[in-house]
Design a protein around this ligand. Sequence first.
Ligand code: SF4
Ligand code: SF4
Length: 302
Amino acid sequence: MNYITNIQKYSIHDGDGIRTTVFFKGCPLKCVWCHNPETQRFERELQYDKEKCIGCGACAKVCPQSAISMTEGKPVLDKSLCNLCGKCENYCPEGIRETVGEEYPVKELVKELMKDLMFYEQSGGGVTLSGGEVMAMSTEYVLEIAKALKKEEISLTIDTCGYVPYDKFEAVLPYVDTFLYDVKVMNPELHKKYIGVDNRLILENLVKLSDAGARIYIRIPTVKEVNGNDENMKATIQFLKEHNIHPAQVNLLPYHNTGSSKYPKLDMEYKGTDLTAPTNEEMEGFVKLFQDEGFSNTRIGG
Ligand code: SF4
Ligand code: SF4
């Protein structure tokens, strides 16, 4: 099933112009610094903000599945009983319970995306499909959205981690204007350590997409302890040059931990507490490395 966690209007960091960004639920990677943990699991789920809970017990009383028990004044969920009906969400006086992940038929989604047509036209923007990992959704579904947007002459950008079989990219390629393509760590062992898988498939797909003539923005989420060093940036540059890849932009995105507070709501542990962003001087140094090697359109930020 394909679920959406959020449709974000007026995005200015997800490609060209003003865009509406659609966040899909489910990702094959597990980046330690992930700031959208609600998009990691493919299935719908229930989240609640433990910090703000006043322990009133309304959620437990109203649950038709008896999935919530009050323990030491706090609601405890038995996930095996919860059918995600959303009733507790409606009755919580603090508004801190939320089911995450919604199904959108293509027609309904495109109708929603069309509401901002004027902004796309005025700014040279459009729609960005993101996540999670949009390319890990069913190809038929993504293709249907892409075709519908093309028909409406709306520019489509795909924000991807690259870790899917190439035939999925091949299918959507004729309908996509730009790919925001994450290249995180060049060392395969470090990639596995911090992201959960090695980077072979990701790099292979990048070469294939580039050879197929795709317009690509390379995105490097830059974390001091992981990839924020000259060695990794030089290895990235070397790879791009070796494979004759000419990205329209290279975006170095400094690490931030704004997503860490979301983890407890989902009963997940944030493992990036020791991570930091490189200094401004270091970031500027990385930009210079790219620019000196001919990647003049390299910048800090998206
Ligand atoms: S979503 Fe429904 S079943 Fe799940 S805990 Fe809330 S009320 Fe109970
Ligand atoms: S209804 Fe809301 S505030 Fe009350 S116990 Fe449940 S989660 Fe906490």
